[in-house]
Structure formats: structure tokens, C-alpha cells
Design a protein. Structure first.
Length: 573
């Protein structure tokens, strides 16, 4: 569909001139060299101005990516041989498979299918969204067996070996999920080598945070509102803040930071995978919680916890879905794919901490509705504000889906513990439901857990981001403007899409391909809108599917545009 807006020629020229003058302070035009390549007039002030070919990126993968992965493998092999053993279950081994394997598979589906497809909304980054999610999750899973396993089993004990069992594998998959949450902040902006170091760098911080808030603070966090969602979100945002600090191209106005109808459909498939399996995610380790194993009849209590996890999470997710659709229409006039893909899941995030306690079905529904509305409002207002005010580039909006609902979930668990009595949770008394003596004390520890997770994740993320960006020990070439959010540099049979072929009608939103905006303007379109010489501004909402009667006009506009000199910023293919 193509929408044509008419603007007087003088107004169009003035608007374009003003915009170009504003951009000229940070961007230099590109000129064509005699050999046909493009180079900045700034005479190579850094990697942003370099001509990066497919051969160069291939050499970069062989020079940096392969040695990095080789280093990880060389470290993993001897450590696995020396430190890990099977847990000694004897005749009870099959019982553990029966009890945990179904939950384990559900969590795996969420991490590898759900998160992977959820991030396919980017029109030119589908392969990277799915396959780098696949690689990063597997690498983090293996590293977590050593680091998370050691933190759980050897710290403060005389045990010198890591006993591998299904609960540990589920916990390691949770660690991988935390990494995929963080991936959402840097997707399309980090090279594969940088991404692998970001993922591996998260694992020790994840283990440290989990050890403090679970083992020492004993916070309520069965489904990981704190240790998975909040921690992963702010770690990823901190890395992204450093990685994109000097890169305005990483913001919401990048022309490739947009979607198409098909990309939105694939992303919604990921949403449905996550939505369906989220109760298993929250309840997978319910039977191994500290509260469930401190009483004689632990088996019965474990079943009760998993029952509550499933019921509370399903109701909360349903409430979030309803609230998201309503809020999306309220703030935008029509339903927006970005909101539905993400905010409908916020109920599962917010219920992660309180899912194992009896907050009542009505309470679960209210929490889900609040989380869905909060997440939708965050996508609509908070993400653009943070992008414009402090330069926080959040590609997938993880702050709205994981960060804010994660904090909300920890507060909900603390508030819910205030009402616990000896009759509220089957046969448990207050000290059994909340690992401390009373609900007020538990609320204080929930708040402390929020602060600890925030502090560790942000500080650690800033350190990792600084190392890979400014110290850059591997001398990794940064992505140029046209390479961001594009599979072309890294995948065979894929090429980088030229910037002049990209139409981004509402660059201040991160999903632009199939949605409309009341704020659509020439300034929002930036230099990538098509301004005709006779004064018409043509903004294609979906260049791939022109409507009948406008196809010829679109082609004519493109041909006229191609005759004009193109300014692509500071970087080229």
C-alpha cells in the first residue's frame, strides 16, 4: 500500500534542507571513488567510514570469530572432563526424567523457538535472529553447566565436583534465556564475535546475582522475574548503551529498523510459542525450590507449587493479552503488531516471582493486566523518550517486556507475602511460604533483590560493553550504517541491502513496515523518504506490496529518486 501526501514545493525543500543541516553536524556525505566504491569525505576517521566488503567480513569471521569460539571450546573440554559428573540417582534416575523432562523440553522450546522467532521482526535480520540465538543459547548452556553448577553446588560446601542432573540443566537453560533477553537490546548492532563475548560474559554475573538473591536473600522468584528477566534486560541495555553511545544510527531512525508483513507474522509465531509454554517456564523448578524442600512432606508441597505456577501464569498471561489489545487501540487508534508481539507476554514475566504463592485467580488476572498495559505504554512512549534523551538504543524493547514487568513481579511477590497466614497456602505457615519470618521482612528482601540485580547487571554490562567497544582487543571492525540490522555481512548467499532501496516511513518507531502512525511526518522519514522535485512527498508503508493503481506511481517515484545524489551518512557497503 502506498500513501501519498502532498506538500508545497517550498515547504518540502525547506524541510529537507533543515533536516540535512541538522544531520551534517554528525554525518559526512559520501562520494564515489574512481573505482566505483564509496568513501566518506571525512577521510576515514574510523571504522564507520571504511568500505567493508563481503570478503572483509568473511576474513573478520575467520580472524576473530573462529579463534574466539576455539578459545571457548579449548576451555570447555578439559573443565568438563575434570569437574563434571553425573548425579548419583541409582534407581531414582527414571523418576527424575519423569518429573522434569517435560518441563525441560518446554523451556527449551521457549528459548530456541520462542525467543528466536520473536526477534524475526527485523526485515533484514531473520537469519541472525534465529541462528545466532541458537548458537548463543548453546554456548551459554555449556558455560553455565560449569559456572552456575559451581555456584550452586561447590560454594560453601566441601563438594569438589559438579553433579549434572536435570534441574541443573533447566537452570542452565534459564541462564541461556537471560542471554537471549539481553540479545534483544543489541540485535543487529553487534558482530557475531562481539555477541558471543557478550553472552559468555553474562554467565558469571548471572551466577553471582542468583547466588546472592536466592541463596542469601531467599527472595521469592520461582519463575525468574528477578534473576532472568530483570537481570537480562538491564545487562543488555547497559551493553547497548556503550555499544551505541557514539552511534546515532543504532537508534529508532535507522531505515532498516523496520518490519514487513511477513516478518511480523513470523514474530507472532514466536509470541504464541512463548505464550503457550510460559506456565512451564515459571513452574519448571517449583519442586526443587528451597521452600518446598524444608518441610517433611516435600513432595506434596512441590506438587502444590507447580499447580499454582501453572494456574497463576495462565490467568496472568490471559489478562495481559486482553489489556494489551485494549491499550494498543487506546494509544494508537488501531492495534499495533509490535505491542501484540511483546506486551501480551508481560503477564508471564510479572508472575514469575509470585507464581508459586496463592495470590488468588483475581489477583493473577490483575497483575497480568497491569503488566500488559505497562509494557504497551512503555513501547509507545518510554522507548522513544529514552532513545532521544539519553541515547539508549533498545532494538527489541526488552526494557518494556522484561525489565519493567520483572521489577513489577518482584514487588507483587513482596506485597503478596504480606497477606500470608497459616491457612493461605495449604498446610504451610508464614515462615514456610516466605523464607523469612514475616511478610514485611520478605518485602524488604524483595526490594533488596531488585536493587542487587539492577546494580550487578548494569555495572557488569557497562564493563563488558566497554571492553568490546573501546578496548576492542580483537580489533573487530564495527558495523557500518548500511550493515546494521542486515544479514548480508555474515551469511552466504545474502547481500547487504543498499540504503537507497530502503523505505522507512516512520523512523521514530522500531516497527514501521506494516503499521500506521498519527505522527507520520517528513522529519520522521528523514532523508530516506522520497521527496520529488515537484514538491510531493511519497512515503511507502510497504514497498513490497504496492496497491493497484499506485504501482506505476511508486516506480516512477523510485526512478526519479535514484537520479538524485544519495547521502548515506558515514558508512557504506
Amino acid at each position: 500500500m502506498t500513501v501519498v501526501r502532498v506538500m508545497p514545493a517550498r515547504a518540502c525543500a525547506e524541510a529537507v534542507t533543515t533536516h540535512v543541516q541538522q544531520q551534517s553536524q554528525v554525518e559526512k556525505p559520501l562520494v564515489e571513488k574512481s573505482n566505483g566504491s564509496l568513501l566518506s569525505e571525512a577521510n576515514s576517521e574510523g571504522p564507520l567510514h571504511m568500505v567493508v566488503t563481503e570478503e572483509t567480513r568473511g576474513q573478520q569471521l575467520r580472524r576473530n570469530f573462529l579463534p574466539s569460539m576455539g578459545f571457548f571450546v579449548i576451555c570447555l573440554i578439559p573443565l568438563m572432563f575434570g569437574l563434571t559428573r553425573y548425579v548419583e540417582l541409582g534407581v531414582n534416575g527414571q523418576d527424575q526424567v519423569t518429573q522434569y523432562y517435560m518441563w525441560f523440553i518446554h523451556v527449551e522450546i521457549m528459548v530456541f523457538l520462542g525467543f528466536g522467532f520473536l526477534m524475526t521482526f527485523l526485515r533484514r535480520y531473520t537469519l541472525g535472529a534465529i541462528m545466532l540465538n541458537f548458537l548463543g543459547s548453546c554456548l551459554m548452556f555449556l558455560v553455565a553447566i560449569l559456572i552456575v553448577g559451581a555456584a550452586h553446588q561447590t560454594l560453601g560446601t566441601d563438594q569438589d565436583k559438579i553433579k549434572v542432573d536435570l534441574p541443573l540443566l533447566i537452570d542452565c537453560t534459564f541462564c541461556a534465556a537471560t542471554g537471549m533477553v539481553a540479545y534483544g537490546a543489541v540485535i543487529g548492532k553487534a558482530t557475531p564475535t562481539q555477541l558471543m563475548w557478550i553472552m559468555v560474559g553474562l554467565v558469571p554475573a548471572f551466577a553471582l546475582n542468583q547466588y546472592i538473591v536466592i541463596e542469601h536473600f531467599h527472595i521469592l522468584d520461582m519463575g525468574g522475574s528477578n534473576v532472568i528477566h530483570q537481570f537480562g534486560a538491564y545487562y543488555g541495555l547497559a551493553v547497548s548503551f556503550v555499544l551505541s553511545r557514539q552511534r546515532s544510527a543504532h537508534g529508532l531512525q535507522h531505515p532498516k529498523k523496520s518490519s514487513t508483513y511477513l516478518n511480523d507474522a513470523f514474530s507472532l509465531v514466536g509470541t504464541l510459542f512463548l505464550w503457550i509454554f510460559w506456565p512451564s517456564f515459571n513452574g519448571a523448578l517449583a519442586s526443587t525450590s528451597s521452600a518446598a524442600t524444608t518441610v517433611p512432606s516435600a513432595e506434596g508441597h512441590a506438587a502444590s507449587e507447580q499447580f499454582l505456577c501453572v494456574i497463576n501464569t495462565v490467568i496472568s498471561l490471559s489478562g495481559a493479552c486482553v489489556a494489551t489489545f485494549m491499550t494498543s487501540v487506546l494509544v494508537g487508534g488501531r492495534m499495533k503488531a509490535e505491542h501484540i508481539q511483546n506486551a501480551t507476554l508481560a503477564g508471564g514475566v510479572a508472575m514469575g516471582a509470585a507464581c508459586s504463592i496463592p495470590i488468588t485467580p483475581a489477583g493473577a488476572m490483575v497483575v497480568g493486566m497491569a503488566a500488559g498495559a505497562l509494557s504497551t505504554l512503555g513501547f509507545e512512549y518510554l522507548t522513544p523518550a529514552l532513545n532521544n534523551k539519553i541515547g539508549l538504543r533498545d532494538t527489541c524493547g526488552i526494557h518494556n517486556l522484561h525489565g519493567l514487568p520483572g521489577i513489577l513481579g518482584s514487588f507483587v511477590a513482596g506485597l503478596a507475602s504480606l497477606g500470608m497466614t497459616t491457612k493461605d497456602f495449604f498446610t504451610r505457615d508464614c515462615t514456610e511460604v516466605t523464607p523469612r519470618e514475616c511478610g514485611g521482612f520478605q518485602l524488604g528482601y524483595q526490594i533488596a533483590g531488585i536493587c542487587v540485580a539492577m546494580g550487578i547487571s548494569i555495572v557488569w554490562g557497562l564493563i563488558v560493553g566497554t571492553i568490546i567497544t573501546y578496548f576492542n582487543p580483537l580489533k573487530e571492525l564495527e558495523l557500518s550504517l548500511v550493515e546494521c540490522f542486515d544479514d548480508g555481512p555474515w551469511w552466504q548467499e545474502q547481500t547487504v541491502e543498499p540504503m537507497e532501496d530502503v523505505v522507512h516511513p516512520q523512523a521514530h518507531h522500531h516497527h514501521a513496515g506494516t503499521t500506521h502512525s498519527k505522527k507520520l511526518s517528513l522529519h520522521a522519514a528523514g532523508k530516506h523518504g522520497a521527496c520529488k522535485q515537484h514538491g510531493h512527498v511519497e512515503l511507502a508503508l510497504d514497498a513490497s506490496y504496492p496497491t493497484r493503481g499506485t504501482e506505476d506511481a511508486s516506480q516512477s517515484s523510485h526512478s526519479e529518486q535514484s537520479k538524485q545524489p544519495t547521502q548515506l551518512g558515514r558508512s557504506v557497503v
